[in-house]
Design a protein around this ligand. Structure first.
Ligand SMILES: O=C(O)COP(=O)(O)O
Ligand SMILES: [Mg+2]
Length: 219
């Protein structure tokens, strides 16, 4: 195993409070009803465009393409600035340092668009932490299409058997399964499905447990 590739939202960082704030900043500006925290968190996972479509449907009952475009642009505006309440999950910093010390390369494969991804990485002082970063708008397709994950593997100069992908959602599990990648499920993120019903080779609820799984190729 040469590299660990991580998902971002719900996996390394709990960004749901900031995503909720960005969503309601958009809705308030448009004079539309607001969404609850739980609603907003349930819309995360398939990238910003689908988040906005789900949000628009929740508050208006439908998607009107011109309005969706406008809401999407407004959402990106707030999303880039929304990281004040984002928290790194406990144990993540130590695990990333351990993996680096053990000689693993680190990749990031998120459906968050690149501008907010870069902004939150800079905010966390993680600008140089990942060797390759692919966001939800880096390619013509996004997760659960396996192409973004494969692009990270290629960018690292590795092959699929040399990596493990770590994510929190149905989208990540499907991406890994379609790519044929080994997948570790972090169970404390934004999934809706029971962990036992999701594709994974191992799962964990505490980052202190992750390094052992990654060192043990049989796990
Ligand atoms: O932006 C999203 O919808 C999800 O982002 P993630 O892929 O980092 O979980
Ligand atoms: Mg996620």
């Amino acid at each position: 195993m040469k590299a660990v590739i991580f998902d971002l939202d719900g996996t390394l960082i709990d960004s749901a409070p900031d995503i909720h704030a960005a969503a309601n900043a958009v809705l308030q500006g448009e004079g539309l009803p607001l969404v609850s925290f739980e609603q907003s968190r349930s819309f995360v996972g398939r990238g910003a465009r689908i988040f906005v479509e789900r949000m628009e449907r929740a508050v208006t009952g439908e998607n009107e393409p011109a309005r969706t475009d406008h809401l999407h642009a407004r959402f990106l505006h707030f999303y880039e600035r929304a990281h004040e309440n984002t928290r790194i999950y406990p144990g993540v910093v130590e695990v990333l340092e351990d993996l680096r010390a053990e000689g693993f390369a680190l990749g990031l494969c998120t459906n968050k668009p690149m501008r907010p991804t870069r902004a939150v990485l800079a905010h966390l002082d993680w600008d140089r932490l990942f060797d390759v970063v692919i966001g939800g708008d880096s390619l013509a397709v996004a997760k659960p299409d396996p192409a973004p994950l494969i692009a990270v593997v290629d960018g690292l100069g590795l092959t699929l058997p040399q990596i493990t992908y770590i994510g929190d959602s149905e989208t990540d599990a499907e991406t890994a399964q379609r790519a044929g990648a080994r997948f570790g499920l972090f169970t404390e993120g934004y999934r809706h499905t029971a962990p036992e019903d999701m594709y994974h080779q191992f799962r964990f609820d505490d980052y202190n447990l992750l390094t052992e799984y990654l060192k043990d190729p049989a796990a």
